[in-house]
Write a protein of this length. Structure first.
Length: 412
């Protein structure tokens, strides 16, 4: 019997897995090795034996990959952020594309050529969560203080260089040249709502009211936490404590792909957030329907869509397809298109079932998890849709994080 605990082995790495580790085999057992590259020969030390698989660390690189390079960050491997800086940029993209392809092929899908939507490999990230002015150490709650991050925007790095001005605790920071106003960095602290917080409203003289949510008229936000950005020529506002894409350059390119050749009378924006896609969809459709369970985000969507014909539903996708969609379809007929951007867990089962049954002509599905994306697209393809295009949305260079856009058509 082979004993793995704290044992040393020589291993040849085979492929990159979702999560950034490479795998190899020892006596038939799969071993996950972080900071490795496919095709390398390594001397490793087993750090965990999980029975069916093991984890290891690199002690010595015997035969390095031609794509291996020195990382430019002195905190690399210690900081809990990047985990692919040791790989040249072009090969990183190839590896992420392969991980995405593997996820789709694993569920039996025939994958079209995957195109990568890319931006700058460094100095791209505009949104961070800092803890007492630093980032958490890998695998620990220990805080690493830093004054510069290679993947951060110039604006974020200027913020990091300031002495004695950063807030304690967990702080959400958004900094980019696209921020509208003199201050290019918005710093928002997670604190209990204070007396100076005010309702965000759509017009100066009326409160926003969301359909089917008559008791919810607005969200509370401190003025200093509201961030307004110029994305592809349009003003979009959001609360810096909430979600907004961290790579505005790739976001702008993604919007182009989502809206390309998409037009008609009515479009559904499912899991709409603050309405980033809807703001642009409103230019090509007569009406936009937004569905978002986070009502705080949806109130910002209402504000961003002032003057555009739309209706908003502050509820989950499951609630929408069960309680609202039947009436909408009976009154107006099918949506001409659906844009859907679910959380990491993927589309709710009832939403996939509804899309499968209703056969909307075009679906543009964005995802931040290739496994759940592949699962949901496989169900739609089985229902009669055709996967026509698949994109890697390369929002996070130097990391293993993968986002994707699947374009589906139903010609029935």
């Amino acid at each position: 019997m082979m004993h793995f605990k704290m044992a040393h082995f020589t291993i040849e790495t085979e492929k990159l897995t979702y999560g950034g580790d490479c795998i190899g085999k020892i006596g038939g057992k799969t071993v996950f090795v972080p900071f490795a590259i496919p095709g390398e020969t390594l001397e490793i030390e087993i750090t965990e034996d999980k029975g069916d698989f093991a984890r290891a660390k690199i002690n010595r690189i015997i035969t390095p990959s031609p794509h291996r390079r020195e990382s430019i960050c002195p905190l690399y491997e210690k900081c809990g952020g990047c985990n692919m800086q040791h790989i040249d940029d072009d090969f990183q993209t190839e590896l992420r594309v392969q991980v995405l392809k593997d996820a789709f092929e694993r569920v039996g899908l025939s994958v079209p050529e995957i195109r990568a939507i890319q931006g700058k490999p460094f100095a791209y990230r505009s949104r961070f969560q800092f803890h007492n002015g630093g980032l958490k150490e890998r695998g620990s709650d220990k805080i690493i203080k830093l004054e510069h991050c290679p993947v951060a925007t110039d604006e974020i790095n200027a913020y990091l260089c300031k002495k004695g001005e950063k807030k304690d605790g967990r702080v959400h920071v958004f900094g980019d040249s696209r921020v509208i106003g003199d201050e290019k960095v918005i710093e928002a602290t997670e604190t209990p709502r204070a007396k100076n917080e005010r309702e965000v409203i759509g017009h100066s003289k009326r409160k926003i009211r969301l359909r089917e949510n008559t008791h919810f008229s607005g969200t509370m936000a401190s003025p200093e936490n509201i961030c307004a950005v110029n994305i592809a020529g349009k003003k979009i506002e959001f609360d810096a404590r909430g979600f907004f894409q961290s790579n505005p350059e790739v976001l702008e390119k993604t919007i182009e792909k989502v809206t390309d050749n998409l037009s008609g009378d009515r479009v559904l924006d499912m899991y709409s957030g603050c309405g980033t896609f809807s703001v642009f969809l409103a230019d090509s459709f007569n009406s936009v329907t937004l569905v978002e369970h986070n009502r705080d985000a949806l109130v910002f969507a209402e504000k961003n869509l002032i003057g555009k014909k739309h209706e908003s539903y502050g509820m989950s996708g499951e609630q929408f397809v069960k309680t609202q969609a039947p009436s909408i379809l009976s009154r107006f007929g099918q949506f001409d298109a659906v844009v859907i951007d679910p959380p990491r867990s993927g589309m709710e089962k009832s939403v996939v079932d509804w899309l499968s049954k209703n056969k909307t002509h075009q679906i543009r599905a964005i995802s931040c998890d290739p496994a759940t994306q592949a699962r949901d697209i496989a169900k739609l393809v089985k229902a009669g849709y055709t996967l026509t295009r698949l994109y890697l949305l390369d929002f996070y260079p130097q990391t293993c994080h993968i986002e994707s856009l699947a374009c589906l058509e139903n010609l029935d």
